[in-house]
Design a protein around this ligand. Structure first.
Ligand code: TYC
Length: 110
């Protein structure tokens, strides 16, 4: 080692900075909005029940979303990964069909 304290190797700080510059390659998955559409026949109470049963909303949240759909024609139930969103849409459509209501549920990329 010379009198200036160097030994010819890169110092520790330089060495670590190389490692901290490695970019994580993990990407966030694309997310999908699940939406309810208004119609003239599905009862309000049924829509409120759907929002509680399939989207985990409490009574207040469910009434709020249902009224938004009723007034504006469309409303947001939740945002999920593709597979979860697809499952929610299928479950809601099957439940509405079983009860013979024309309720429509759809999804769109966020
Ligand atoms: N418009 C319906 C009624 O007056 C209620 C309704 C709300 C239906 C939301 C569908 O997604 C819906 N009975």
């Amino acid at each position: 080692m010379g009198q200036d304290g160097t030994d010819g190797r890169p110092d520790r700080k330089e060495d670590d900075s190389v490692l901290t510059k490695v970019k994580p390659k993990l990407q966030k998955p694309p997310m999908y909005k699940v939406l309810l559409l208004n119609d003239d026949y599905t009862p309000m109470e049924f829509v409120v029940a759907v929002l509680q049963k399939f989207f985990g909303k409490n009574e207040t949240e469910a009434v709020e979303i249902m009224m938004t759909v009723h007034r504006k024609g469309i409303g947001l139930c939740g945002i999920y990964t593709y597979e979860v969103a697809e499952t929610k849409v299928s479950q809601v459509m099957a439940y509405a069909k079983k009860h013979e209501y024309p309720l429509q549920c759809t999804m769109e990329k966020e």
